[in-house]
Design a protein around this ligand. Structure first.
Ligand code: ADP
Length: 252
């Protein structure tokens, strides 16, 4: 199962305009872990995630997915393992219909006929979007687009699921359903989120980024109990850990 391991060593990324978005980031995520990457706006979360399947290249440092060192030559292998759901679903959907979008990846892997159909309808059903199969992606609501973008990744059966702000724009039902889907996904999960209640529910481990560096990496509950750390990193406790405003009882 070593192909489910993500190892990042001394990763730095400087954008062409000179912004040092990642300054020296190292961590190791092992098979089956569910890890949140949190931090204020601009902390470097998206930049970090975009490195995990090679959408951005490191300015320095290295990334290994299992035994494979990420490089131009290993990109197809890595992308086969790491499924990436972008922050903006419009970056993921480009075909005339939802069905075609979800079929795109499996088709490229050589699936066809009934097998392809099963794969596409299965992925759409997992996100409760089967009824959208014939629609044009640009006619979907924001939440529907997000669910379809997730289906395009699930249809590839990734070993490692990487998601940037997965609950953005979802209504409470769709959010709850996504949390269930992520709970049921028994491989490695890594995602960024400002939805700290979801992080608390889904991720035993959290990495806190601050100005392109790891400020903390540890048990999610310990991190959310550390008020000084949260304030320093411009974060707030999840609502579920705040005291009850009526009876005053503290829930954390
Ligand atoms: P986060 O996801 O935590 O909000 P980002 O990774 O998007 O943070 O951004 C980290 C830093 O890199 C920010 O200062 C941001 O302005 C900068 N940045 C992001 N994308 C670019 C880009 N394409 N060119 C220059 N700077 C960028």
């Amino acid at each position: 199962m070593s192909h489910h391991i993500v190892e990042v060593k001394n990763l730095r990324h400087t954008y062409p305009d000179g912004t040092a978005a990642l300054r020296d980031v190292s961590f190791r995520i092992t098979h089956g872990e569910s890890v949140a990457v949190i931090g204020a706006n601009g902390a470097g979360k998206s930049t970090l995630l975009l490195h995990l399947n090679g959408y951005l290249s490191p300015s320095a440092g290295e990334i290994r997915i299992g035994d494979v060192l990420l490089s131009k030559g290993t990109l197809p292998t890595v992308r086969r393992s790491v499924g990436m759901v972008f922050q903006d679903p419009d970056d993921q959907l480009f075909m005339p219909t939802v069905y075609d979008d979800v079929a795109f990846g499996p088709l490229n892997l050589g699936l066809e006929g009934k097998e392809l159909e099963r794969c596409v309808t299965g992925a759409l059903e997992r996100v409760e979007a089967g009824h959208l199969a014939g629609k044009a992606p640009y006619h979907l609501s924001g939440g529907e687009k997000r669910r379809v973008a997730i289906a395009t990744v699930l249809s590839m059966s990734p070993d490692i699921l990487v998601m940037d702000e997965p609950t953005n724009g979802l209504d409470p039902h769709a959010r709850r359903q996504l949390i269930k889907l992520l709970t049921d996904f028994d491989h490695t999960r890594i995602f960024t989120s400002h939805d700290l209640d979801m992080v608390l529910e889904l991720c035993p481990r959290t990495i806190v980024l601050k100005e392109g560096e790891i400020r903390a990496d540890g048990a999610t509950l310990d991190i959310f109990r550390d008020e000084a750390l949260l304030a320093e990193c411009r974060l707030e406790k999840p609502l579920s850990m705040l005291g009850c405003p009526i009876c005053g009882r503290n829930s954390s």
